[in-house]
Design a protein around this ligand. Sequence first.
Ligand code: NAD
Ligand code: DAU
Length: 331
Amino acid sequence: MRQLVTGGAGFIGSNYVRHVLAHTDHRVTVVDKLTYAGNRASLAGLPDDRLMFVQGDVCDAPLVGDLVADHDLVVHFAAESHNDNSLRDPSPFLQTNLVGTYTLLEAVRAHDVRYHHISTDEVYGDLELDDPARFTESTPYNPSSPYSATKAGSDLLVRAWVRSFGVRATISNCSNNYGPFQHVEKFIPRQITNVLDGGRPKLYGAGANVRDWIHADDHSAAVLAIVERGQLGETYLIGADGERDNRQVVETILTLLGRPADDFDHVNDRAGHDLRYAIDWSKLRDELGWRPRYADFGEGLAATIGWYRANADWWRPQKAATEAKYAEAGQ
Ligand code: NAD
Ligand code: DAU
């Protein structure tokens, strides 16, 4: 099996490549534009004989066509992924998330290659804090931000290419990931590295917003299960019962790092900030037998803190510029 992994130098893509190389005998080609979010160092130490890296843009149709023609499967992670950036400048989100997905769909259609589309629970909008409901595969789409709107649009393109052109595709919508190799702009690594730098975590608004955390390695295992055993044309939600409000997460990080649990700042809230995400992942469990391995969020978080402590060379070059952008927004 030859897999073409787009965005494989990003956070989840690189964790997925590591997972595939460790758990299968597949060969992997990564195609990645290396935007500010991509880092070759996230793929360091992986076996050269089974991993090839191509720097390129998923919107580049001739390149994408040539690469797709040489593979049995495309797993499409590449995206502009950060909500706050999409509020500052939506334009690269429309280009990469919509045009990039369209470009890949046309290539897998032309070459009849199996396609798996990586998406997010944010396409469903948000839930009230006191609502016991969780998202399911049949929850109506209702995205809030430019980021989630472009991801929703990309999912709908996939569904249309399946129905109209018979493209052999599956979609997964996953909740918030944490783990190693996540860019310091994102919530958990931002707070860990703030504390490691002697600063304070920054909580948007009151910190009551809830996210449903899953370790990136559990996400990878779920995607592999779907590409190996999923039913064509189907959507699978991926989650791990990890609901926590942001304040709880910050308090846990502070405690794990030996600081008082209230040693954080409240900063400006995000415009249109989604209140709560929660995933019902029973379809994945019942149909494919998948289960998360990281059942204890505290343990997974402690291991992630250990990784950032040991890998300052990886995150340090991005930290100052990232914080400067947040400071401009009062965050
Ligand atoms: P990331 O920002 O860490 O990585 C994105 C990668 O895509 C980077 O390596 C970047 O260089 C590459 N890229 C961007 N534009 C490109 C282009 N035009 N051509 C080729 N490569 C390009 O993102 P992530 O957090 O790893 O997210 C990966 C995927 O998973 C995205 O599709 C995202 O929507 C989805 N997702 C993320 C989460 C999460 O919690 N982070 C949860 C659910 C789904
Ligand atoms: O749900 C899946 C989504 O999770 C993915 O589709 C996105 O790609 C990914 O970025 C993530 O989106 P969020 O917006 O939920 O993640 P983020 O890490 O930006 O923020 C998590 C929560 O923490 C959110 O409620 C905003 C809040 N926050 C974030 C930052 C950066 C803070 O309170 N302080 C911060 O400094």
